[in-house]
Design a protein around this ligand. Structure first.
Ligand code: SF4
Length: 215
């Protein structure tokens, strides 16, 4: 009988063999990744790309430039991402932290040890565990496992967790089973998202063609 760690490793290998490396997170700079993690809340990536293109076209995908831009104007640029006023407010809350406590230097914030960095990000209104962990993993390059609704659904449907397994417990499961590895954690999360989007839908999962059908 394979252990939970062995089953999770098989799951990872099957997804990697099927989809290939995902190379997340798309972005030319750590700051672009940070902006992307907030814009992608409750929307699909195509909409985020449009908002990012607007910001890039205006030369605004840059921390010092944004510090000089009124929040309401920023919200207009990110309109295609949806919930644009809320997202603008969330990003500006983070900018206020970086500006106020780290002299506008993102690297200074990212130089904190992982637990302190996480704690600091979670103090920002509108940044929850999934966004904080995405920033830590994909922008700061530190090894923390990001979990989401897809991760929960896939593991639940394969009896790897119980329905009640919460964000923290799910994250702990992965981090107990796999050594800290930023690249691997980043790939694994991206592969689970692809699986959720393409196969493990909320209703009518496409098990027949899914790479995990014989897991
Ligand atoms: S679609 Fe089916 S086989 Fe694929 S992950 Fe979901 S439950 Fe498993």
């Amino acid at each position: 009988m394979p252990t939970q760690a062995e089953r999770l490793n098989t799951l990872y290998q099957k997804l990697l063999a099927h989809f290939g490396p995902q190379g997340w997170w798309p972005g030319e700079s750590a700051f672009e990744v940070v902006v992307g993690t907030i814009l992608t809340q409750n929307t699909n990536w195509n909409n985020v790309e449009k908002a990012i293109a607007n910001l890039k076209g205006a030369g605004l995908l840059d921390l010092p430039a944004l510090l000089d831009l009124p929040q309401a104007l920023f919200a207009e640029y990110i309109r295609p991402a949806g919930y644009y006023n809320i997202k603008a407010s969330r990003l500006y809350n983070l900018l206020a932290l970086i500006n106020g406590q780290y002299k506008g230097n993102l690297d200074a914030l990212f130089s904190l040890p992982l637990p302190e960095l996480r704690q600091q990000l979670l103090t920002v209104k509108g940044i929850g565990p999934e966004t904080a962990d995405s920033i830590i993993l994909y922008a700061a390059g530190k090894p923390i496992f990001v979990v989401d609704a897809y991760t929960h659904r896939i593991l639940l449907r394969h009896d790897l967790i119980d329905e009640e397994c919460d964000y923290h417990a799910l994250q702990e499961l992965f981090m107990d089973c796999f050594p800290p590895d930023t690249d691997m954690y980043g790939e694994f999360h991206a592969l689970l998202v692809q699986t959720g989007k393409q196969f493990c839908k909320k209703t009518n999962p496409r098990c027949d063609s899914c790479p995990l059908k014989n897991l």
